[in-house]
Design a protein around this ligand. Structure first.
Ligand SMILES: C[S@@+](CC[C@H](N)C(=O)[O-])C[C@H]1O[C@@H](n2cnc3c(N)ncnc32)[C@H](O)[C@@H]1O
Length: 383
């Protein structure tokens, strides 16, 4: 029999409204001794059924909810079906530009807590931020492999890359985004190997690139720079702290165009932005796509300060009329706060927002889980 958790009266409204995370403070009583991954039946103080979830063992959020269907049975066939349903929803999305690199499963937004699955051509990579689905990962991988006719699926975690179904991926897989090609290291690259959440933004930002001198800061393996060059940029200059990322970026430049010989600096972005200003360098288009600079909790004002200083350093390098394409992947940095940071950095320069940017449809935002909205960005024109 499943363990039963009684939640407080105050928790009923948000949980019935499909909030997928149960706070420790929402729990009134736990019957049984759930272990990580155990199915738990959530009930109201009256005994009325609320939802089914999985025990995650996390101190702040001990339970992740999965379904509000009282008849559901959380077992291998449930999770196989959920993974397939997620992949089938993706098959109906009009992803632009056409691509073979996309997110098949996006955690809570797809009813699979903490799990992401990214497809890269004939292979896929799984990652998770909780162990609560571990009993079902292989079943889900096998189901996806069969459904999508994939060659292999690996799980990435601190133990490295483990094949869950099918064959081991090659050292690099070449994916396409529209007319562009990129090599992705599924086993050693950052996150799952590639940032498919920036697919549409790379194309949108590239529209500002014709005849522009472009600075791609936090360039990783060159996604924005390659798109900018293919759209007619006059030059690109790339900055990243990772030597492996820059080596891969060079390879991606070679793969997509005749001239791969653009400057790349392996450096801390903040330091390099300062030294570029000392060298009196100027650009027409600057892209800032940093890693998460603001933790979900902790010292918010310090982290906001990092975003502020980054925007300010970049703006100093923009020619009058230049464009800044700037992003935050910190969920805590809401659109309004990000606007405020950019406005403060602009100071007495006029700053017009030309476009607002966000995450694509294969990273859907679950309205009852605001944390699923994490990528915010904008293109601003500086006077
Ligand atoms: C979100 S990824 C960028 C993704 C990239 N724009 C793309 O479209 O594929 C962030 C990048 O910042 C780099 N990075 C992290 N900290 C850095 C720092 N202090 N200075 C420079 N680069 C840094 C990482 O190596 C990573 O490549």
């Amino acid at each position: 029999m499943a363990d039963t958790v009684t939640v407080t009266k105050g928790a009923l409204q948000p949980l019935k409204a499909r909030r997928p995370w149960v706070d420790a403070g929402m729990i009134q009583r736990t019957r049984g001794a759930p272990r990580t991954g155990s199915a738990v039946r959530l009930v109201a103080p009256s005994g009325e059924f609320v939802a089914w979830g999985l025990w995650a063992g996390d101190r702040r959020f001990p339970i992740r909810l999965v379904t509000w269907d009282p008849e559901a049975v959380l077992d291998g066939s449930y999770f196989r079906a959920a993974a397939l349903a997620s992949a089938r929803r993706r098959a109906r999305l009009p992803l632009q530009p056409p691509t073979d690199a996309s997110r098949l499963v996006f955690g809570e937004s797809d009813g699979l807590p903490g799990l992401v699955v990214d497809r890269y051509g004939d292979f896929a990579v799984m990652k998770r931020d909780t162990r609560c689905l571990d009993d079902y990962l292989t079943a889900m991988a096998e189901a996806l492999l069969g459904e999508l006719d994939l060659s292999g699926i690996v799980l990435r975690d601190e133990a490295g890359a483990t094949v869950l179904a099918g064959a081991e991926p090659p050292e690099e897989v070449t994916i396409r985004e529209g007319d562009l090609r990129f090599r992705v290291d599924l086993r050693g690259g950052q996150k799952t190997g590639w940032f498919c959440d920036q697919r549409e933004n790379r194309q949108r930002v590239a529209r500002y690139a014709p005849d522009a001198d472009v600075l791609d800061v936090f360039c990783y393996t060159g996604g924005f720079a390659v798109a900018a060059l293919s759209a007619g940029a006059k030059s690109v200059h790339m900055v990243d702290s990772s030597a492996e990322a820059l080596e891969a970026a060079r390879g991606n430049l070679e793969l997509n165009g005749p001239n791969a010989n653009w400057p790349m600096d392996q450096s801390d972005a903040f330091d390099r932005l300062r030294s570029l200003a000392e060298e009196d360098r100027c650009f027409d288009l600057i892209i800032l796509d940093p890693p998460k600079l603001q933790p979900s909790h902790g010292d918010a004002s310090k982290a906001e300060g990092a975003y502020l200083s980054l925007q300010g350093l970049a703006m100093k390098l923009l020619r009058p009329g230049g464009r800044l394409a700037t992003f935050s992947c910190s969920g805590a940095m809401t659109r309004g706060r990000f606007d405020g940071v950019v406005a403060r950095a602009a100071g007495d320069r006029s700053c017009r927002i030309l476009e607002r940017l966000g995450q694509p449809a294969d990273h859907p935002i679950l309205l009852s889980h605001p944390k699923s909205e994490y990528l915010t960005g904008l293109v601003a024109e500086l006077g």
